[in-house]
Design a protein around this ligand. Structure first.
Ligand code: FES
Length: 103
């Protein structure tokens, strides 16, 4: 999985299926993913922008995530909360961009 910071610094990470994008980022000390609420969909500090070609692999956002994203100033069409995206083997090579700042 590839995380790209706003300044274009790239981080290539290993991951296992069955965790979350947020946990992969935190486990790999990716700057800019805080995960303050521990994955409870309650803080919005795990906002990521999934590369458009990978967006369908991330599944659909639930109501609580949609509500939290609606308060995210930097939301884009492919924004997700990393803690709400469960990793699957189909995400091997997935590219995820980080916003300029988190809420
Ligand atoms: S870690 Fe708090 S909303 Fe994702």
């Amino acid at each position: 999985m590839i995380f790209i910071e706003h300044g274009n610094t790239k981080h290539v990470t290993e991951f296992e299926a069955g965790t979350t994008l947020m946990q992969v980022a935190v486990d790999n000390a990716i700057p800019g993913i805080d995960g303050d609420c521990g994955g409870e969909c309650d803080c919005g500090t795990c906002h990521v922008i999934v590369a458009a070609e990978w967006f369908e692999n991330a599944g659909a956002a639930g109501d609580a995530e949609e509500q939290m994203l609606s308060m995210t100033p930097e939301r884009t069409k492919t924004s997700r909360l990393g803690c709400q995206v469960e990793t699957t083997e189909a995400m091997d090579g997935m590219t995820v961009h980080l916003p300029v700042f988190q809420m």
